[in-house]
Design a protein around this ligand. Structure first.
Ligand SMILES: NC(=O)c1ccc[n+]([C@@H]2O[C@H](COP(=O)([O-])OP(=O)(O)OC[C@H]3O[C@@H](n4cnc5c(N)ncnc54)[C@H](O)[C@@H]3O)[C@@H](O)[C@H]2O)c1
Ligand SMILES: [Zn+2]
Ligand SMILES: [Zn+2]
Length: 376
């Protein structure tokens, strides 16, 4: 079938994106779902910094690619072997297709699925190959098995989580990445206990989702940090107890004073080494620092082994919020629907697909929370 989609042919284009137009809106061919695959109509697709990192070249991927990985939609057609979904079902996408058979999958860590990671790196579906071609019949790569900035997509069954129909698509989409990553980093990776202190560094869509998750999970003190004053004000309005500018010379000391020696848990969602250094320095003896930020792969972070050992510190990476999406997406949606995870507050802008370059320019300029592309 022919669909309208946003295709990335070239990375590293100059800003403003409203002028350079890194994403081309064009008609592409989508082939029918094969065995264990599903055709889904996309209703809402969120814009994540990880998409921007593909556009600006800090997250290198094979090109040309149909990007977008945070979305919600409706099942249109199931390929052979898909017996647990039917047309009309509502789904949220997971950006790691989990095969269910590899050791990480079998030990409860589908975020680390090995065939899933290999397919994502190649820009292919879990079964191998691509289902997308442009008008000149050139293959287009899939983005994280999802390719959401399109009217329809074909994905592995393993990239989908069925949800109830009583949540709107624009909010449901956020659960695919921002909420899964942010809340998951707090409750799964860091395993926050009620009464603990936490610092959230980087207050975009993912960081603010983590802040809401920390409040919901019973953190006693939530400190929010971002170099952007508007983001700090938003965090305070969302319930953070303190907001700190990490660029201030006394910032780490302020956090130590507030918490009596540092936070139990610091989580970083800025994608900048300085932010991770700040998070680590603000964590107390015996504390846990979690990073979900994704800077350019060439970037490294220096660590003192003496401090790590002498203070029994933990530094952990968090991918997909260490979630089991089939368990956590419905659970986090239920928490949202009970009023204890008000993630609708993350949705700052909606737009049509043809305005998507404007959305990326706003994200790069740094003054948005989560933006969602809506499809009629
Ligand atoms: N690990 C995962 O599974 C996963 C999933 C989604 C996103 N990510 C990554 O998480 C990061 C955040 O994504 P997002 O969509 O929320 O991005 P965003 O651009 O909306 O937010 C990033 C925030 O970090 C702030 N920031 C930048 N430098 C900072 C610094 N030195 N100190 C403090 N704050 C700083 C910015 O002002 C901004 O508010 C990105 O690196 C993204 O690639 C990781
Ligand atoms: Zn994302
Ligand atoms: Zn697997």
């Amino acid at each position: 079938m022919k669909i309208k989609a946003a295709v990335l042919y070239e990375t590293g284009k100059a800003r403003p994106y409203t002028e350079s137009g890194p994403l081309q809106i064009e008609e592409v061919y989508l082939s029918a779902p094969l065995q264990d695959e599903v055709l889904v109509k996309i209703h809402a697709a969120g814009i994540c910094h990880s998409d921007l990192s593909v556009i600006d070249g800090s997250r290198p991927r094979p090109l040309p690619m149909l990007i977008g990985h945070e979305a919600a939609g409706e099942v249109v057609e199931c390929g052979a072997g898909v017996n647990d979904l039917k047309p009309g079902d509502h789904v949220v996408f997971s950006f790691v297709p989990a095969c269910g058979h590899c050791i990480p999958c079998m030990t409860g860590r589908p975020a680390l699925c090995e065939p899933g990671a290999a397919a994502n790196t190649k820009g292919m579906l879990l079964n191998g190959g691509v289902r997308l071609k442009n008008a000149s019949l050139r293959d287009l790569q899939h983005h994280l098995g999802v390719s959401a900035f399109a009217e329809y997509t074909v994905v592995s069954r393993r990239s989908l989580v069925k949800i109830n129909k009583d949540i709107s698509y624009d909010i449901a989409a956020l659960f695919g990445c921002a909420v899964l990553t942010g809340v998951g980093a707090v409750v799964n990776t860091a395993q926050l206990h009620a009464g603990q202190t936490i610092l959230v560094v980087g207050l975009g869509g993912v960081g603010l989702a983590a802040l809401l998750g920390a409040l919901s999970a019973g953190a006693a003190t939530v400190i929010a940090a971002d170099i952007n004053a508007d983001k700090r004000a938003t965090a305070l309005a969302m319930g953070a107890h303190y907001a700190i500018d990490p660029a201030e010379p006394e910032a780490v000391q302020k956090i130590k004073d507030i918490t009596g020696g540092g936070v139990d848990i610091a989580v970083e969602f800025a994608g900048a080494v300085k932010a991770l250094e700040f998070a680590y320095a603000s964590t107390k003896r015996g504390g846990i620092t979690v990073t979900a930020g994704l800077p350019h792969p060439s970037v490294s972070f220096a660590l003192s082994p003496a401090l790590l050992v002498g203070e029994e510190r933990t530094l952990k990476g968090s991918y997909l919020g260490s979630c089991v999406p089939a368990r956590d997406i419905p659970a986090f949606i239920a928490l949202h629907q009970s009023g204890r995870l008000p993630v609708e507050r993350l949705l700052s802008h909606t737009m049509d697909l043809h305005k998507i370059n404007e959305g990326f320019e706003r994200l790069a300029a740094g003054n948005v929370l989560r933006q969602v592309v809506l499809f009629a």
